[in-house]
Design a protein around this ligand. Structure first.
Ligand code: MN
Length: 303
């Protein structure tokens, strides 16, 4: 079952369609709902998600789940086996509720060949978001090496690559750096003062991070304009800063993360409408919380 030490995953069933709509009459298709989550970082020492059961309230009552990257930690060769084992458990747990589509993130670049998803007749573009930044994570201590690997990977592509080819090349670039971690502070809980100082070092790092937070929505909008001109909304994660911005014709929705300090949102798609809700953390797990926005993916026909 394994190829080069990595498990082989079956082809995703319906990459551009609603998996739950398979075999059902078309008339029901628009009534089905998809819920998008991201950045669980299951297995990261600082993740609030410590037991899969904590996810249960978020998985109920929808027809299709999308996990938009960084679900687990498989980026580094040293800790990949545990990450793959956690991914298998996550898939098995989620499958009890609904069909799920997992997309890659920069922390789990190898878990599936799917790096993005277009839903609602291409009006909704979903991808982890690291491809919006040159060099994936400009705030990372390995930013220089990552940027070089990404530049080389993109330069080696044939002219006018598809979006899938482009994103796949960036995933391969991340995997060329699989030997660099995890560092000791990755393995400690970053909520301690020591961990926090480690995360914030060198002193330029918080500023680069702040700059990434401030510019990420613009970067997402520019990327979508180039690669998904028909999209009206982009759902991303990656920067661990939850929020919604409208830039030009597009809403840019960042679902944050399950790590501290970031905020967490979920996005529900039903028909041509997005409903964005907070994710509440309670003692027994994570729950859908208050609605923060509704986004229409098509203008209502004027009468
Ligand atoms: Mn992440």
């Amino acid at each position: 079952m394994s190829r080069g030490g990595l498990p082989r995953f079956p082809k995703p069933p319906f990459p551009s369609q609603h998996p739950a709509s398979a075999g059902r009459p078309n008339v029901f298709r628009h009534l089905l709902s998809t819920r998008i989550l991201s950045d669980l970082h299951f297995g990261h020492p600082a993740s609030y998600l410590t037991r899969l059961e904590m996810l249960a309230p978020l998985l109920e009552g929808v027809d299709h789940l999308v996990f938009n990257g960084d679900s687990v930690e498989t980026r580094f060769a040293k800790t990949r086996p545990e990450g793959q084992e956690r991914f298998a458990r996550l898939q098995e747990f989620v499958a009890r509720y609904s069909p799920a589509t997992f997309l890659t993130g920069n922390h789990d670049p190898d878990i599936t060949p799917l790096h993005h998803l277009d839903l609602a007749e291409n009006s909704l573009f979903i991808t982890h978001g690291d491809a919006f930044f040159p060099g994936i994570s400009p705030w990372s201590r390995d930013a220089v090496a990552l940027l070089r690997a990404c530049t080389e990977a993109l330069a080696a592509l044939p002219p006018s690559p598809t979006l899938s080819e482009r994103l796949a090349a960036l995933r391969r670039a991340i995997l060329t750096q699989e030997h660099i971690g995890p560092r000791p502070h990755h393995l400690a809980r970053t909520r301690t003062l020591h961990g926090f100082v480690q995360e914030a070092w060198p002193p330029t790092r918080p500023f680069i991070m702040l700059q990434c937070w401030l510019t990420s929505a613009r970067k997402a909008a520019a990327f979508a304009m180039n690669h998904r001109p028909d999209s009206r909304a982009v759902v991303m994660g990656h920067t661990h800063r939850a929020g919604i911005r409208k830039i030009g014709p597009r809403h840019i929705i960042n679902t944050g993360s399950f790590l501290p300090y970031s905020g967490r949102l979920l996005v529900d798609l039903a028909g041509e409408e997005l409903c964005i809700r907070r994710i509440d953390r309670r003692h027994d797990g994570f729950h859908p919380g208050a609605m923060v926005a509704r986004v229409l993916l098509r203008d209502r026909p004027s009468r």
